[in-house]
Design a binder for this molecule. Structure first.
Ligand code: LLP
Length: 383
């Protein structure tokens, strides 16, 4: 995590830049603490995430609040906490935020998330900057939205932002989005509305299966060159990386329960499932599976579908994997640091896994294994 962060910090050396970890990728308190202590801000998408930031010792002033469906209560909570900026995603949200800010007696600092209509060339469920996506204000409506925001007494315009998608593995979509956003900044400032910060979102991909995304510092060298060329190099910059800070820092450890060879498929049934690792079931995502102690006594690896105990055919973790394994073996499922624990569920009343944070030769349990009692807390029997 810290090595991944350092690549961004190197990229931004000598610039005014704030890294706001997109904590939806992994919102465990111990993980947040690491980033808070390293000086990061946080990109949040709910009042619950704000509570986590504060519980982990994060600085509210470095929190930015994204998301298309903020409630009035969440807006009030964020204003009371003194967050740095609301990334507003619609004209309707501007009006509601203005009302909430006026009734709270605290101005809301806002950036408008613009939808640059750029194809990030990633999975459709994680593309967010195309016209057909629910996110952000359309490019052609953005100037009007800024004029409205500047006229609302409860709002203070401070920035502009975009986020075009996730698991992006090339620089071109970023460069295209940047150009589109800078065109808007020029138009908005020409209309007399100064823009203090430029937020280019998150989205940088990681290596799951041989992908070769640019390293964060190399990506930013290109992006900063473009910013410099257009005269924006000295602006306050913000980014919202999630996956690229935590994805490759995590593994999920699981035990082989049963081997079940079949006529069409061989199944390797493990004790982790789609409730722990939802990405394969949701996005047909690939995550490497590595035996902890490779067996030499099994003559040839057999091809297995690695599946969990959940009662769904969609409950698979890896398909057609060559593995030399026996029941009782431990497997590491790699690249599980992002969007695994934070998307884990209790389906089939399965307790969520324990989490262990490793720093050199020191290991800390940052989440204990969840019990059935933990899961039933808050439920009532009928009287
Ligand atoms: N900022 C905003 C406004 C976002 O919506 C997201 C992610 C990020 C930043 C961070 O993006 P990242 O750097 O992690 O790519 N569950 C999916 C990914 C969903 C991403 C949602 N938004 C997956 O497992 O692939």
């Amino acid at each position: 995590m810290l090595a991944a962060l350092a690549a961004y910090q190197r990229g931004f050396a000598g610039r005014k830049a704030q890294i706001c970890y997109a904590m939806k990728a992994n919102s465990s308190l111990g993980v947040l603490q690491v980033f808070a202590q390293a000086g990061c801000g946080f990109d949040i998408v709910s009042g619950g995430e704000l509570e986590r930031v504060l519980a982990a010792g994060g600085d509210a002033a470095r929190v930015i609040f994204s998301g298309v469906g903020k409630t009035r209560a969440e807006m009030r909570q964020a204003l009371d906490a003194g967050i740095g900026c609301f990334n507003v995603e619609s004209e309707a949200e501007l009006e509601v935020l203005n009302e909430v800010a006026l009734s709270a007696g605290k101005p809301a600092r806002v950036s408008i998330r613009v939808n640059p209509n750029v194809d990030p060339k990633t999975h459709p469920y994680i593309s967010t900057g195309l016209k057909g996506n629910k996110f952000g204000v359309a490019h052609e409506r953005a100037l009007g939205a800024y004029q409205r925001a500047a006229a609302l007494p409860g709002l203070q315009v401070v920035g502009i932002d975009c986020h075009i998608g996730s698991q992006i593995t090339e620089a071109t979509p970023y460069l295209d989005a940047m150009d589109r956003v800078l065109d808007l900044v020029e138009a908005i400032e020409a209309a007399g509305i100064p823009i203090q910060h430029l937020d280019f979102g998150g989205g940088l991909g990681i290596d799951y299966n041989g992908e070769t995304p640019p390293p964060a510092d190399a990506l930013w060298a290109q992006l900063l060159a473009r910013l410099d060329a257009r005269g924006f190099g000295q602006r306050q910059l913000m980014i919202e990386p999630g996956r690229s800070l935590v994805g490759n820092a995590g593994v999920c450890l699981s035990e082989v329960l049963y081997l079940k060879p079949g006529a069409e498929k061989n199944f390797c049934i493990i004790d982790a499932a789609m409730n722990d690792l939802p990405r394969p079931a949701m996005y047909q995502a690939f995550q490497q599976i590595v035996p902890l102690s490779p067996r030499v006594d099994v003559s040839a690896p057999t091809t297995w579908d690695v599946v969990g105990p959940v009662c769904e055919s969609g409950d698979w973790i890896g398909r057609d994997r060559a593995l030399a394994v026996q029941a009782g073996d431990l497997l590491a499922i790699l690249s599980a640091g992002a969007y695994c624990m934070s998307m884990a569920s209790n389906y089939n009343t399965r307790g969520r896994a324990a989490e262990v944070l490793v720093d050199g030769d020191h290991a800390s349990v940052i989440r204990r294994r969840e019990s059935a009692a933990d899961q039933m807390r808050g439920e009532n029997l009928l009287r």
